[in-house]
Design a protein around this ligand. Structure first.
Ligand code: DQA
Length: 145
Protein backbone atom coordinates (compact mmCIF):
# COMPACT_ATOMS: atom_id res chain seq x y z
CA UNK A 1 0.00 0.00 0.00
CA UNK A 2 1.41 3.38 -1.00
CA UNK A 3 1.99 5.77 1.89
CA UNK A 4 0.69 9.16 0.79
CA UNK A 5 0.44 12.35 2.85
CA UNK A 6 -1.60 15.51 2.22
CA UNK A 7 -0.27 18.75 3.66
CA UNK A 8 -2.48 21.82 3.96
CA UNK A 9 -0.61 25.02 4.76
CA UNK A 10 -1.56 28.44 6.05
CA UNK A 11 -5.25 29.32 6.34
CA UNK A 12 -6.44 26.19 4.56
CA UNK A 13 -8.26 25.23 7.77
CA UNK A 14 -10.52 28.23 7.02
CA UNK A 15 -11.60 26.86 3.63
CA UNK A 16 -15.38 27.20 3.42
CA UNK A 17 -15.28 30.20 5.75
CA UNK A 18 -12.93 32.52 3.84
CA UNK A 19 -13.67 34.16 0.47
CA UNK A 20 -16.05 31.63 -1.11
CA UNK A 21 -15.88 33.27 -4.55
CA UNK A 22 -12.20 32.39 -4.69
CA UNK A 23 -11.86 29.26 -2.58
CA UNK A 24 -15.36 27.77 -2.90
CA UNK A 25 -17.96 27.00 -0.26
CA UNK A 26 -16.82 23.48 0.60
CA UNK A 27 -15.44 23.16 4.10
CA UNK A 28 -11.99 21.69 4.61
CA UNK A 29 -13.57 18.73 6.43
CA UNK A 30 -15.62 17.91 3.30
CA UNK A 31 -12.58 18.21 1.06
CA UNK A 32 -10.62 15.96 3.45
CA UNK A 33 -13.39 13.34 3.33
CA UNK A 34 -13.31 13.38 -0.48
CA UNK A 35 -9.52 12.98 -0.39
CA UNK A 36 -9.80 10.03 2.02
CA UNK A 37 -12.51 8.38 -0.12
CA UNK A 38 -10.39 8.79 -3.27
CA UNK A 39 -7.37 7.34 -1.43
CA UNK A 40 -9.38 4.29 -0.39
CA UNK A 41 -10.31 3.75 -4.06
CA UNK A 42 -6.64 4.01 -5.00
CA UNK A 43 -5.59 1.64 -2.20
CA UNK A 44 -3.48 4.28 -0.46
CA UNK A 45 -2.56 4.65 3.19
CA UNK A 46 -3.31 8.38 3.47
CA UNK A 47 -2.97 10.92 6.28
CA UNK A 48 -3.94 14.58 6.20
CA UNK A 49 -1.97 17.28 8.05
CA UNK A 50 -2.67 21.01 8.37
CA UNK A 51 -0.62 23.77 9.93
CA UNK A 52 -0.48 27.54 9.81
CA UNK A 53 3.16 27.42 10.89
CA UNK A 54 6.05 27.25 8.44
CA UNK A 55 8.30 25.37 10.88
CA UNK A 56 5.66 22.74 11.64
CA UNK A 57 5.19 22.11 7.92
CA UNK A 58 8.95 21.63 7.53
CA UNK A 59 9.04 19.29 10.54
CA UNK A 60 6.18 17.29 9.05
CA UNK A 61 7.88 17.00 5.64
CA UNK A 62 11.03 15.75 7.40
CA UNK A 63 9.02 13.26 9.50
CA UNK A 64 7.54 11.92 6.23
CA UNK A 65 11.11 11.17 5.12
CA UNK A 66 11.81 9.15 8.28
CA UNK A 67 8.48 7.30 7.96
CA UNK A 68 9.27 6.19 4.41
CA UNK A 69 6.39 8.05 2.80
CA UNK A 70 6.01 7.34 -0.95
CA UNK A 71 4.56 10.67 -2.05
CA UNK A 72 2.81 13.81 -0.88
CA UNK A 73 0.39 16.48 -1.98
CA UNK A 74 1.06 19.98 -0.66
CA UNK A 75 -0.95 23.17 -0.74
CA UNK A 76 1.35 25.56 1.12
CA UNK A 77 -1.21 28.41 1.05
CA UNK A 78 0.49 31.81 0.99
CA UNK A 79 3.84 30.15 1.88
CA UNK A 80 3.82 29.10 -1.78
CA UNK A 81 4.84 32.57 -2.80
CA UNK A 82 7.81 33.20 -0.51
CA UNK A 83 8.87 30.27 1.66
CA UNK A 84 12.36 29.27 0.57
CA UNK A 85 12.46 27.19 3.76
CA UNK A 86 9.54 24.97 2.67
CA UNK A 87 11.03 24.85 -0.81
CA UNK A 88 14.34 23.60 0.63
CA UNK A 89 12.50 21.00 2.74
CA UNK A 90 10.73 19.64 -0.37
CA UNK A 91 14.00 19.73 -2.29
CA UNK A 92 15.79 17.70 0.38
CA UNK A 93 13.48 14.67 0.48
CA UNK A 94 13.48 11.87 -2.08
CA UNK A 95 9.75 11.19 -2.59
CA UNK A 96 7.66 13.09 -5.16
CA UNK A 97 5.50 16.01 -4.08
CA UNK A 98 2.63 17.42 -6.14
CA UNK A 99 1.66 21.03 -5.43
CA UNK A 100 -2.04 21.87 -5.56
CA UNK A 101 -4.13 25.02 -5.18
CA UNK A 102 -7.84 25.58 -4.85
CA UNK A 103 -7.71 28.77 -6.91
CA UNK A 104 -6.01 29.42 -10.22
CA UNK A 105 -2.99 31.30 -8.84
CA UNK A 106 -1.87 32.17 -12.38
CA UNK A 107 -4.98 34.29 -12.86
CA UNK A 108 -4.76 36.21 -9.59
CA UNK A 109 -2.69 39.06 -8.09
CA UNK A 110 0.87 39.30 -9.38
CA UNK A 111 2.44 38.10 -6.11
CA UNK A 112 0.39 34.87 -6.31
CA UNK A 113 1.56 34.06 -9.82
CA UNK A 114 4.98 33.13 -8.46
CA UNK A 115 5.38 29.80 -6.70
CA UNK A 116 8.82 29.32 -5.13
CA UNK A 117 7.86 25.75 -4.21
CA UNK A 118 6.54 24.49 -7.57
CA UNK A 119 10.00 24.16 -9.21
CA UNK A 120 11.02 21.48 -6.66
CA UNK A 121 7.72 19.60 -7.00
CA UNK A 122 6.93 16.89 -9.54
CA UNK A 123 4.16 19.10 -10.95
CA UNK A 124 1.37 21.41 -9.92
CA UNK A 125 -2.40 21.60 -10.32
CA UNK A 126 -4.40 24.75 -9.62
CA UNK A 127 -7.86 26.16 -10.11
CA UNK A 128 -10.20 23.23 -9.53
CA UNK A 129 -11.21 23.78 -5.92
CA UNK A 130 -11.10 20.64 -3.77
CA UNK A 131 -10.90 18.58 -6.96
CA UNK A 132 -7.30 19.84 -7.40
CA UNK A 133 -6.36 17.50 -4.52
CA UNK A 134 -8.09 14.53 -6.17
CA UNK A 135 -6.31 15.23 -9.46
CA UNK A 136 -3.06 15.47 -7.49
CA UNK A 137 -3.69 12.06 -5.91
CA UNK A 138 -4.20 10.49 -9.32
CA UNK A 139 -1.00 12.11 -10.58
CA UNK A 140 0.91 10.76 -7.55
CA UNK A 141 -0.60 7.32 -8.04
CA UNK A 142 0.79 7.35 -11.55
CA UNK A 143 4.32 8.46 -10.68
CA UNK A 144 4.85 6.60 -7.40
CA UNK A 145 6.28 3.15 -8.12
C1 DQA B 1 -4.02 29.00 -2.19
C2 DQA B 1 -3.57 30.23 -2.99
C3 DQA B 1 -2.69 31.12 -2.16
O1 DQA B 1 -2.31 32.27 -2.90
C4 DQA B 1 -3.43 31.61 -0.92
O2 DQA B 1 -2.56 32.38 -0.12
C5 DQA B 1 -4.04 30.49 -0.16
C6 DQA B 1 -4.68 29.39 -0.88
C7 DQA B 1 -5.06 28.16 -2.98
O3 DQA B 1 -5.23 27.00 -2.62
O4 DQA B 1 -5.69 28.65 -3.91
O5 DQA B 1 -4.12 30.54 1.07
O6 DQA B 1 -2.90 28.19 -1.92
Amino acid sequence: MKKIRVIHGANLNFTGLRDKNIYGSEFIEDINQQILDAATGLDMDLEVFQSNSEGEIINYIQSCHYEGVDGAIINPGAFTHYSYAIRDAIDSINFPVVEVHLSNISAREEFRRISVTAPVCAGHIAGFGGFSYILGLHALNDIVG
